[in-house]
Design a protein around this ligand. Structure first.
Ligand SMILES: C[S@@+](CC[C@H](N)C(=O)[O-])C[C@H]1O[C@@H](n2cnc3c(N)ncnc32)[C@H](O)[C@@H]1O
Length: 169
């Protein structure tokens, strides 16, 4: 939910959550964007879309953003070692074009942040991305998040509220 919240903020609520069957989940997500029961493949069957898939052959470019109806990001939480689920669950059967955002697995909102930067005109190669981040809890404990985190002036863009959530005892 924190990642979805951040993603919605980055795109000013211009987000569509697809394949939401559960009524309670739909009610919560409606505060962040539009909610649909259909999957993206059916909802956008006549539209030009790009699925952001780590296994895609080409990177997303600013030009891609100008010629499509929707950019599709998987609402999947990644395993430490990516298992290609964006491809098996979304892109392989969608018929849509695919693009990648570099070799590192990003969080959902991290991917949405990088997409926004590219759609604003930056090239992927000019976006700095840290290999992982470490959240220090106290002098003994820390949590390593083994995902790519975009950097702005050397500061990682971390999901708002995530550090507090991980620090909860
Ligand atoms: C946490 S990632 C899950 C990736 C999933 N574990 C896999 O192996 O495909 C959530 C979503 O962010 C997007 N994403 C994350 N990193 C990406 C990358 N390097 N290139 C393209 N899309 C990425 C994808 O749409 C993906 O479904």
């Amino acid at each position: 939910m924190l990642e979805y919240k951040h993603a919605a903020k980055l795109w000013n609520g211009k987000l569509v959550f697809t394949r939401v069957a559960d009524h309670k989940t739909a009610q919560i997500l409606r505060n962040l964007g539009s909610v649909r029961k259909e999957n993206a493949k059916d909802l956008y069957s006549n539209k030009k879309c790009i699925v952001l898939d780590p296994q895609a052959k080409k990177p997303l470019t600013p030009k891609d953003c100008t010629s499509i109806d929707a950019l599709i990001v998987g609402g999947l939480l990644g395993y430490e070692k990516p298992q290609g689920r964006t491809k098996t669950l979304i892109s392989a059967s969608s018929g849509f074009h695919t693009r990648h955002l570099g070799s590192l697995q990003l969080s959902i909102d991290g991917a949405v942040f990088v997409i926004k930067a590219i759609c604003l005109g930056l090239n992927l190669k000019d976006i700095e991305i840290a290999k992982e981040i470490e959240i220090i809890h106290d002098s003994i404990h820390s949590t390593i998040l083994p995902f790519g985190y975009p950097l702005i002036d050397d500061v990682p863009i971390i999901t708002p509220g995530l550090v507090q959530y991980l620090n909860k005892k």
